[in-house]
Design a binder for this molecule. Structure first.
Ligand code: BES
Ligand code: MN
Ligand code: ZN
Length: 485
């Protein structure tokens, strides 16, 4: 898809030639900054009751008289927010998707566009045109759209261009994350994730290192290893390095849970919807996607990506409930439930992260069903022991329309992790399950500023729209850009 910004005043839209012209409105329909022919069409439709000033409303006009564009779509935004703008663009795109529109021109008639809206335009187009086909080549084409031009006033042009570039980087990252996570477990194995990381490294000049079982044994990652031991698929511990700043500049470390299939192990899951556990590498996918965005944007920053990756399978060699393992940190863990495997692979990665003397470490994981119960599918759970880090992540979440919600980490929640046979058990009770999981991770993250994102509810959708969302690539990308000094 080709995105460009063009200087053009919105009061000359009738002369713009395009396969389709998408005009985003907000506020009073009689007060839009439109030239006479378009204003007349809009007022006519509005007075006939065919278009109301309510969010989500769309008016489609085919070859309207006096307008150069072949098609005109008016789409109403609830207000002047970026979120409303993106929703209005999405509604307009849904309207033209079945048509043969190749070149789309977009303009905002309710006010001037800014960088955030330009970015939202790109991510909305990417959302509307992504189509999974790796194991379904017969899937229908995503539509005819090839190019999108955003019209902006002279003063806003620079901002619009910057927003488009950022949007393209975020969209490329989201698309990569979706593509990885959508691939079934027999395609997207730990080895596949490692190959994807290497491919990214070659394309963008990242250093990529992949540790195998022997290397992890040497490091003492027995907690990670115990999860992998029930599977015949080789484990991988993937290390990516983006070096955009001086060596002395402390890196941000991203740690992504890379369970390419989670059966639960010996504490096996029920059969219903178990297929969705192919998405249990959504955290890993978001790290790869964020690196993709870094490769495009090249910010002055150092970033390390860590992906512990394996399957969680039952077998004669699998870890059993009650087994005790020694983590890389030296702390012992009683594996009370083999289905709480995410924290077991993440804890060793968190210890490994210490060697980078990080400015901050953020882990991203489809960690708990309890987080889905707590927050549903809209906001990711954010946990952090550092208020400033939490605030920056929340700000990035808001700015990128990839929302999160901060959850508590009071020490009272630690109680339930106590074990008679090890330094800790790997599960608390059912109560506060997302929090006790985070409390477990916290025991391995004491040496740096740390945050944890539980994306169990946000990394994929179930039902008819089943598929990966690519979240939280937008949040992470915005956060990293905000860390450039
Ligand atoms: N990958 C799951 C978490 C999950 C479950 C994500 C459902 C999305 C939907 C994780 O490994 C897991 O199984 N967690 C257990 C923890 C429990 C045993 C303490 C869970 O949430 O049930
Ligand atoms: Mn599990
Ligand atoms: Zn899992």
């Amino acid at each position: 898809m080709d995105f460009r910004a063009k200087a053009q005043s919105v009061d000359q839209l009738s002369d713009v030639s395009a396969d389709a012209l998408l005009i985003v409105l907000h506020g009073d329909l009689t007060q839009q900054r439109l030239d006479a022919p378009l204003a007349a069409l809009l007022l006519d439709a509005a007075s006939a009751g065919d278009l109301q000033a309510k969010s989500g409303r769309v008016l489609y006009l085919h070859r309207p008289v006096g307008i150069k564009a072949q098609r005109v779509v008016f789409s109403v935004a609830a207000n002047g927010s970026v979120k409303a703008f993106k929703a209005a663009v999405a509604a307009g795109l849904a309207c033209i998707k079945p048509l043969g529109v190749k070149q789309l021109v977009v303009a905002a008639a309710g006010g001037e566009v800014d960088a955030a809206q330009a970015e939202a335009l790109v991510t909305a187009v990417a959302d509307a045109t992504y189509q999974y086909r790796h194991t379904k080549p017969s899937a229908p084409p995503a539509g005819a759209l090839r190019g999108v031009t955003l019209l902006a006033g002279k003063e806003a042009l620079k901002e619009a261009k910057a927003g488009l570039l950022r949007g393209e980087a975020v969209a490329a990252g989201v698309t990569l994350a979706r593509e990885c996570a959508n691939r079934p477990g027999n395609h997207c194995t730990p080895s596949h994730l490692a190959a994807e990381a290497r491919k990214l490294g070659r394309a963008h000049g990242f250093k990529v290192e992949v540790l195998d079982r022997a290397a992890c044994e040497k490091l003492g990652m027995d907690s990670f290893l115990c999860v992998a031991q029930g599977s015949d698929e080789p484990l991988k511990f993937i290390v990516l390095r983006y070096e955009g700043a001086a060596k002395a500049s402390a890196p941000v470390v991203l740690v992504g849970k890379g369970i390419t299939f989670d059966t639960g192990g010996i504490s096996i899951k029920p059969a219903g919807e178990m297929d969705e556990m192919k998405f249990d590498m959504g955290g890993a996918a978001s790290v790869l996607g964020t690196f993709r965005a870094l490769g495009e944007l090249k910010p002055r920053l150092n970033v390390i990506g860590l992906i512990p990756s394996c399957e969680n399978m039952p077998s004669g060699r699998a870890v059993k409930p009650g087994d005790v393992v020694t983590s890389m940190s030296g702390q012992t863990i009683e594996v009370l439930n083999t289905d709480a495997e995410g924290r077991l692979i993440l804890c060793d990665a968190l210890t490994y992260a210490e060697r980078f003397k990080p400015a901050a470490v953020i882990d991203i994981a489809t960690l708990t069903g309890a987080c889905v119960i707590a927050l549903g599918h809209h906001r990711s759970g954010l946990f952090s022991t550092d208020d400033e880090l939490a605030d920056s992540l929340l700000a990035a979440a808001d700015a990128s329309l990839d929302p999160a919600w901060r959850m508590p980490l009071d020490e009272e929640y630690e109680e339930s992790l106590k074990s008679n046979f090890a330094d800790m058990g790997n599960v608390g009770g059912r109560a506060g399950g997302a929090i006790t999981a985070a409390m477990f991770l916290r025991k391995f993250a004491g040496k740096y500023r740390w945050a944890h994102l539980d994306i169990a509810g946000t990394a994929w959708k179930s039902g008819a729209a089943k598929g990966a969302t690519g979240r939280p690539v937008p949040l992470l990308t915005h956060f990293l850009l905000s860390q450039v000094r």
